[in-house]
Design a protein around this ligand. Sequence first.
Ligand code: 2M8
Length: 442
Amino acid sequence: NSDDSYPIRTLGELGSRARDVLAANDIGTMVTAAPNLYPHMWSWDAAFVATGLSTVSVARALQELDYLVAAQWKSGMIPHIVFSDVPGYFPDVDRWGTRGVSPEGVQSSGICQPPVHATMLRRIVERATAAGGEDARLAEDFTRRTLPHWIDWHAWLRSARGGDGSGLLTIYHGWESGMDNSPRFDGPYSRVQPGDMEPFVRTDTLKVTDHSQRPSDEEYSRYLWLVQQMADVGFDDARLPGVMSFQVKDVFMSAIFAAASEDLAVLAEQFGLPEETPQLRQWAREFRDGVDATVDAETGLARDRDVLAGEWIGPPTIAGFAPLVSTADQALLDRQLEIFEGPDWTGDPRLAFPLPASTSTTYEGLKPRQYWRGPVWPVMNWYLAHCLRRRGDGKRYGQLREASLAQLMEGHFGEYYEPFTGEPLGSMDQSWTAAVALEWLA
Ligand code: 2M8
C-alpha cells in the first residue's frame, strides 16, 4: 500500500487490481462481500460478484451462485446473508435465531434481498455462450440444474410478498431493500418502537471508525427490534403481516423483480422449461405495471408505499428511478431519463463525476458521506447502466461507463463515494465494486 499505488494509472491495471480484490476476498467457499466489514455472502452482492467473476472464470462465477442457491429455504426464499465461519459481524446467526428454521447445515439470516440473480445469470450465460466450448457447456448445465430453484425463488416473492395484486413486493426490514438507511425508510422507521430486547454491541462501527458514514445507534436498535419480531414468530411468512411494525412496498425491488422475471423467462425458454414462461412473463407484466403506477405525476419519480401508515413515501432517492429498470412505457422512460440527467441528479455541476447519488444532491436531507443517504454507489451505477444497455441505449451506457471508470481510478474499490469530492467511503476493497469494475472493462 505504498502511496504510489494510488491513483491507478491504466485501465489494464484497474482490471488486474479488481481481480486481486476478488481473489483476496475469496475464502474458498464464497467471495465475502468485503474483507473486514462483511465477512459473509450477501444475496445480491453474490449475484453482482458472480457476473464480475465470470469475466475471469465462468466456473468460479457459477460456483458462487451455487453456494447461494444451496442456502435456499424450503419456502423458496433465498436468504440475504449466508454466513461463513469468520467471526466479527453483527447480527450473527445466533442473534438471527434462524437455526432450526433454515435448512439443515445452512447458517443464514431470515430475510431476503432484491432478486437480481436471474438477470445476472442471464448475463453470465450470454458471456459463456459467446465464449463457447467448456464455458458454454458449464453455463448450460448449471442453468438447467438450477432453473427450478430460481423459479421457486420468484414464486415465493410473488406469493409471500406480492400476492395482493398490487404488483409491488412488501419488505419487512430496510435491510431487505439493500438500501438500509435510505431516507425512503425514515417515515416507516419513525413508527417502529423497539420493545424489550437483549442488549447488543455493534461491530460495524469498530471497522468503519468514522461513525458518521454508518447508520446511527437509534437506527440499529430498530433494525434489531424487527429481527426479534420475526424471530418471535419463527420467520413464518403467514404471520409476518400480523406482527411486523415495518411494512413497505419497495418500488425498486419490485422493478428488479419485474426485469428478472423477464430474464428468467428467457432462460426457461432456452433451457428446457418453456412451460414456465407464461407465468414468469405474467409476473413481469404485473410488477412492471405496479411500478409504473407509483410514479408521482409532479416529480416524475417512482415511490415506495408505507403499508401500515397507508402513505406514499416522498424523499427523492435513487429508488425513484425504478422505471428505468422495468418500464415498457416510452413516455415515462423519456421523462425519467430527463430527470436522471437533470440538475438534481447526474447533471448537478457540483458532482465529481456525472453519476447518480443515492439521494438527489439537491435534497435537503442529503448526507453526502452517510451510507445510503447521499453517497454514490458504484454497483448501482453499473446496474442502471446495464438496464439501459438492455434497452439498446449504448450511448448512455457508454457515458456512465466513462464516468464510473474515472471514479474507480482512485483505486480503493470503495463501498460508496462522496458525490462532490469522489472520496471513497465505507469499506475499501468491497467485492461488488471490484466486480462491476470488471464488468465495465469487459
Ligand atoms: C449493507 O447491508 C448490511 C446489512 O444487510 C449491513 O450494513 O450490515 C447494504 O449496503 C446491502 O445492500 C449490502 O448487500 C450489504 C453487503 O455489501 O451491506
